[in-house]
Design a protein around this ligand. Structure first.
Ligand SMILES: Nc1ncnc2c1ncn2[C@@H]1O[C@H](COP(=O)(O)OP(=O)(O)OP(=O)(O)O)[C@@H](O)[C@H]1O
Length: 444
């Protein structure tokens, strides 16, 4: 129904550089499917929704509606927003009628259709109320009614449940699924943008996970679990785990699990360098200490809540700890490994030692930098050398950030130092002094 061909989005900058938000991407929305788009904050989920729904134009590439360029076609889609986006000065009924009015439907028909739709979404009797008199859940019901009343072929939803409390969100999700599966909803496909992995696995027939810098598809797979889906079943938790992995460590999440046996089913391109999360070693130590306090295991979302962190701020730290082998993600829980608890329980010098060993064992870039400076007779290597290799895989800005993170980790672990004036990696100061002393001795 909707097909995007190599769509991109970039924004011009005064400096003439441009910010690339989405790299060339192909994506199709097909009938009969609930498609969920997951991804970390800033990966371009909303941007993608806006381009696919015709709200904004791609900077390059094209979107087709039933194989016609979307700008030339008469499209029939609706969007439900996280913020409900109701008109506060209109009653519930007038809000639902608004899109029909815009389409020139006569007053009698639009009133009848809107009242029917209000009944469908459980708002019978509330037609004369104003949005401010309603709870969040009821306001979003109005949002759904307004979207569905035009009988859209494709229903777009941008984080529709995120502004609601857990229970209300769960109720609305089940009701939406019911309307969808018993075909009360006059819609042929649903496209939902979400942050919430479980929500995606609960609702979707297909899940696409975006990575960022710039936004690109990391994985695209079908969810074959029967409805109603059991959050506690093994295939469900396997899928949730797999998506966590794709989000936090794309290079190891090679394939989606088989949804009956849990085995990987297909290979994806293996990356050479893993993407280092931009987290500080001190943050990793803090996270591990906290986990030790909580008995060694906790749900990541709960942890983020307890810390009053956004999940997106916590994920890089979790990711770093995972890369270093200090914790594992199991069924959405972070659980500390023996090495992680050794690290979390040690004093600072020992922590640096453990971090050094873990970094050399698990992080290719750090291992390469260390080896290169050991190999060179003057024990220094230009930053450029590594940027060149990283550029093969990351954008120029991301390569620079990868080097910055490597410097941060390498300094902490006393693996190497960085001379910012000369843009060169060097031996750590203590080792430089030792090397100079040895040279002086030789000279004597
Ligand atoms: N007008 C603009 N100019 C420059 N950059 C922009 C503009 N609009 C959006 N961006 C950038 O595009 C990127 C993607 O934004 P988008 O809102 O699509 O991401 P998202 O995945 O939906 O994030 P979130 O989950 O936080 O809503 C972000 O880094 C954002 O800063």
């Amino acid at each position: 129904m909707i097909r995007a061909e190599r769509i991109e989005k970039y924004y011009a900058q005064p400096s003439q550089n441009r910010i690339q938000v989405i790299s060339p991407t192909d994506l199709s929305i097909i009938p009969g499917e609930i498609l969920a788009l997951l991804g970390p904050s800033g990966s371009g989920k909303s941007t993608m929704l806006r381009m696919l729904s015709g709200l904004s134009r791609p900077s390059a590439g094209q979107v087709f509606w039933h194989e016609k360029p979307i700008g030339d076609a008469e499209i029939n889609v609706s969007i439900v927003f996280q913020s409900f986006a109701l008109f506060p000065w209109l009653t519930v009924l007038e809000n639902v009628e608004a899109p029909l009015k815009a389409r020139g439907v006569d007053p009698e028909t639009r009133r009848e259709r809107s009242l029917n739709m209000l009944t469908t979404v459980g708002l019978e009797g509330f037609q004369a109320a104003y949005p401010k008199e309603l709870s969040g859940g009821m306001r979003q019901r109005v949002g759904f009614a307004r979207a569905l009343v035009v009988e859209p072929e494709v229903l777009f939803m941008d984080e529709p449940f995120s502004a609601l409390d857990v229970l209300t969100a769960e109720n609305l999700r089940s009701e939406l699924l019911e309307l969808w599966s018993n075909k009360t909803m006059p819609t042929r496909a649903v496209f939902i943008v979400t942050h919430n992995i479980e929500e995606a696995v609960l609702l979707a027939d297909r899940i696409i996970v975006l990575g960022r810098n710039p936004g690109h598809i990391r994985t695209d797979f079908k969810v074959q679990l029967q409805h109603p889906r059991d959050r506690k079943s093994e295939p469900f938790t396997n899928l949730v785990d797999y998506i966590y992995k794709v989000l936090t460590r794309p290079e190891i999440a090679a394939a989606a699990p088989d949804q009956t046996t849990g085995k990987p089913v297909r290979d994806q391109r293996q990356m050479h360098y893993q993407m280092l999360p931009h987290a500080r070693p001190g943050g990793v130590a803090g996270l591990l200490e906290l986990l030790i306090d909580k008995g060694g295991r906790d749900d990541i979302y709960r942890l983020a809540d307890d810390l009053a962190f956004e999940i997106d701020d916590l994920l890089p730290i979790v990711d770093a700890a995972q890369i270093l082998g200090f914790l594992k993600i199991e069924e959405g829980d972070a659980s500390i490994t023996p090495k992680g608890s050794d690290f979390g329980n040690s004093e600072i010098l020992r922590q640096k030692e453990i971090f050094r060993e873990a970094a050399l064992e698990n992080v290719l870039l750090l291992r390469q930098i260390r080896r290169a400076i050991e190999t060179k007779s003057d024990n220094t290597v230009p930053e450029e050398f590594f940027l060149d290799m990283l550029d093969e895989q990351f954008s120029a800005e991301e390569s620079q950030r990868q080097v910055e993170t490597a410097v941060n980790w390498g300094r902490y672990a006393e693996l190497f130092d960085f001379d910012a004036a000369r843009r060169r990696f060097t031996l750590p100061e203590a080792e430089q002094e030792e090397a100079e002393a040895a040279d002086a001795e030789d000279a004597e």
